[in-house]
Write a protein that binds this ligand. Structure first.
Ligand SMILES: NC(=O)c1ccc[n+]([C@@H]2O[C@H](COP(=O)([O-])OP(=O)(O)OC[C@H]3O[C@@H](n4cnc5c(N)ncnc54)[C@H](OP(=O)(O)O)[C@@H]3O)[C@@H](O)[C@H]2O)c1
Length: 344
């Protein structure tokens, strides 16, 4: 449903956001009456949000607050093996591990870069290897690695996971392969019980679209009468970012109706979250690049009170991949939840 191309997000008749830069995704959700169905939308009816009353007061409704430093029980370094280290997400994770006080990268695997030195990693000299599943299993049996990260394309990591078998080492998979496997923890700490992730040795890391859209939907799900629609847009390197009315923040502003009640629900739900920022205006894709959290905003309700629009932006390689991976690794390896993650 979601493509990797840049484009505009259109909800009902309103143009809400346009992808401006590479490496980021903008996600909008909407729920509108069936009568308003258009060729491109399959949006269902929502209950009137105004019936929730005026929520202008701040309360903490976060049922799953961050574990933060409370999770820090391990002061030993963890040895990390990264399979798929040449790729975009692998490289983003290497940068984060390089700055992490307790994580120690030991093996990086790439068929293409085998024999070359890993650049940009300053803690130790590492040479790329081309590790087979059997070699990964052997290293694991020899006790050389505490955590394996699979940064491989979809449908590639199964032989590696199977070779590791019942190993007690942590495995975090960035692909979609295990996201629907109930024996794996779904690594979205803001929505999934953090203690469950912390106790898991198999974590499936949701990607950028799933993270952005689920965070954007969760706080108002109970108010939505039927299936919401998620539109996702993502830019990729080299995509044009020529300014136009479609990405003019002033125009965007004028087209959105303030809706403080909705915003309040989000602020209450994400109280204390360091990687979810609730903002009033529609978050701009260009502003989220290189940031480690998700921004949710641009809340709008139409005059009938039956349609709501919410926009979320996420850097696909950070909270959409490497940062979330590190957050999950911190939880499961016993470090502070945000250890090594640059926070604003
Ligand atoms: N890019 C994103 O924005 C993003 C966001 C969230 C999640 N994800 C998910 O994260 C995973 C990695 O994405 P990516 O963008 O980093 O991919 P990528 O840039 O294409 O990198 C893939 C990596 O896997 C290795 N690889 C490819 N085929 C392989 C095979 N058959 N056996 C062993 N190694 C193989 C490649 O290295 P060699 O070819 O040198 O071996 C490379 O290191 C994907 O599952 C993707 O869906 C991506």
């Amino acid at each position: 449903m979601l493509s990797g191309t840049s484009g505009s997000v259109r909800i009902g008749a309103r143009r809400v956001a346009r992808c401006l830069t590479p490496r980021a995704a903008s996600i909008a959700i909407a729920s509108i009456p069936r009568a308003s169905l258009s060729r491109n939308t399959s949006i269902a009816q929502a209950r009137s949000l105004s019936s929730t009353g005026h929520l202008s007061y701040a309360i903490n409704t976060n049922p799953n607050p961050p574990l933060g430093k409370k999770n820090a029980s391990n002061d030993m370094p963890s040895r990390i093996g990264l399979i798929g280290a040449r790729g975009y997400t692998g490289q983003a994770l290497i940068d984060l591990i390089n700055e992490h006080p307790n994580m120690d990268l030991r093996h990086v695997s790439s068929r293409e870069l085998e024999g070359q030195e890993l650049k940009g990693y300053t803690k130790r000299k590492i040479i790329y290897e081309s590790l087979s599943p059997e070699e990964v299993a052997q290293l694991d049996k020899d006790g050389k690695v505490d955590c394996w990260v699979m940064a491989l394309p979809n449908a590639v990591c199964q032989p590696f996971v199977e070779a590791l078998g019942q190993s007690k080492s942590l495995i975090v998979d960035l692909s979609a392969d295990y996201r629907f496997d109930s024996t794996w923890a779904y690594g979205l700490p803001e929505l999934i019980q953090r203690s469950k992730i912390a106790q898991s040795t198999r974590i499936s890391n949701p990607g950028c679209y799933s993270t952005g859209s689920q965070l954007a939907l969760a706080p108002i799900l109970e108010h939505v009468g039927a299936m919401p629609t998620v539109f996702g847009v993502s830019g990729y390197s080299g995509a044009g970012t020529k300014p136009s009315p479609k990405n003019d923040i002033k125009l965007l502003h004028d087209n959105l109706m303030p809706s403080r009640d909705i915003r309040q629900i989000y602020q209450n739900r994400y109280a204390g979250e360091k990687l979810v920022k609730v903002v009033g205006e529609a978050p701009l894709v260009k502003s989220i690049q290189n940031k480690h959290g998700v921004e949710i905003g641009g809340f709008a309700v139409d005059s009938t009170g039956k349609r709501v629009v919410v926009c979320a932006t996420i850097d696909n390689l950070l909270k959409g991949a490497a940062t979330q991976c590190l957050q999950n690794m911190n939880l499961a390896l016993g470090y502070g939840e945000y250890q090594g993650i640059p926070l604003e």
